[in-house]
Design a protein around this ligand. Structure first.
Ligand code: C5P
Length: 290
């Protein structure tokens, strides 16, 4: 096997630094306004050219290698849109928790599109790949950005931006998942009114940046916290430990906290022992485009 016949790609997780739900659309989706940031927690995809057909293997029961897997759907989509004559096998190593609002499945789909484009020399532009990605899921186009972006529409409208990235992220993943579809469905019962798009100044740095994030927040918290009060209690623990900003990511179940200095390792130990949840120390990351 030569180096041009195989390739490994890192698929990062994302967090929503703020997330507003602006309203329900005629197509059943919701219009969003969110600042999304890639973070240093990765799935890995190993791609290899084979004689024919497609095989997918996964090391996780949470992301089974069947046709519903977004990696499989990315392959089906590219095969229907382009002339692919060779076969491909993809092996997935899953590290991003599933059902946590971290965009792992979408990131895997984006990495599959990027990897297949590169490996099979399809010559599709980054912008075109992002557009194809939007057909697989609302969060997919973000992963074709530079790693920090404002997300609008149902998620497919991505504007790159350069907010501060000089902070530390503590990510807490509880031992339960939340279905995005259910969280959106519950919005109707919990939200008395949708948000109005907030004015934000992304040039703000330091305390002003964190203040902006605090002011805007995440609308899903109104839906998720009443059902999972222990999440709100953990969020308060993170705030008391000196977090500049702490919030739910996406529709949950993960919560994150941003610190302007490396957080005390005792904090991780305290959360693990009190809640029994997974804690990660991460950094915001930039992504390179195709
Ligand atoms: O686009 P994706 O397949 O990831 O969306 C999953 C579900 O989440 C949709 O079927 C819809 O119920 C909900 N959703 C929404 N508004 C969005 C994104 C997702 O209502 N902007």
């Amino acid at each position: 096997m030569s180096a041009t016949d195989s390739l490994a790609l890192q698929a990062p997780a994302k967090i929503n630094l703020f997330l507003q739900i602006l309203g329900r659309r005629a197509d059943g989706y919701h219009d969003l306004h969110s600042l999304v940031q890639a973070v240093s927690l990765y799935d890995t995809l190993y791609l290899e050219i084979t004689d024919r057909g497609f095989t997918l293997t996964s090391d996780s029961d949470q992301a089974p290698p069947d046709p519903s897997n977004l990696i499989w759907r990315a392959w089906d989509l590219l095969r229907s849109e382009t002339q692919i004559s060779s076969g491909v096998s993809i092996r997935l190593t899953k590290r991003i928790p599933v059902g946590a609002g971290l965009g792992g499945g979408s990131s895997d789909a984006a990495a599959a599109l990027k990897g297949l484009n590169r490996l099979l020399k399809l010559g599709i532009s980054n912008a075109q790949l992002a557009k194809l990605g939007a057909r697989l899921g609302s969060d997919v186009p973000f992963f074709f950005s530079g790693g920090s972006a404002i997300m609008e529409g149902r998620g497919e409208q991505i504007s790159d931006c350069e907010p501060p990235v000089d902070y530390f992220v503590v990510l807490v993943v509880p031992n339960f998942a939340i279905s995005t579809v259910d969280a959106y469905a519950k919005l109707r019962f919990y939200l008395t009114r949708f948000s109005t798009k907030s004015d934000i100044n992304l040039a703000a740095s330091g305390a002003n940046f964190f203040r902006t994030l605090n002011r805007v927040g995440n609308d899903f918290e109104h839906v998720v916290f009443p059902q999972h009060p222990e999440l709100e209690s953990c969020l308060k623990t993170l705030q008391r430990a000196g977090a500049q900003h702490a919030a739910l990511s996406g529709s949950g179940s993960a919560i994150f906290a941003l610190f302007d200095q490396a957080p005390d390792p005792e904090l991780t130990a305290a959360i693990t022992s009190r809640y029994g949840w997974q804690v990660y120390g991460l950094l915001p990351v930039r992504l390179t485009r195709e």
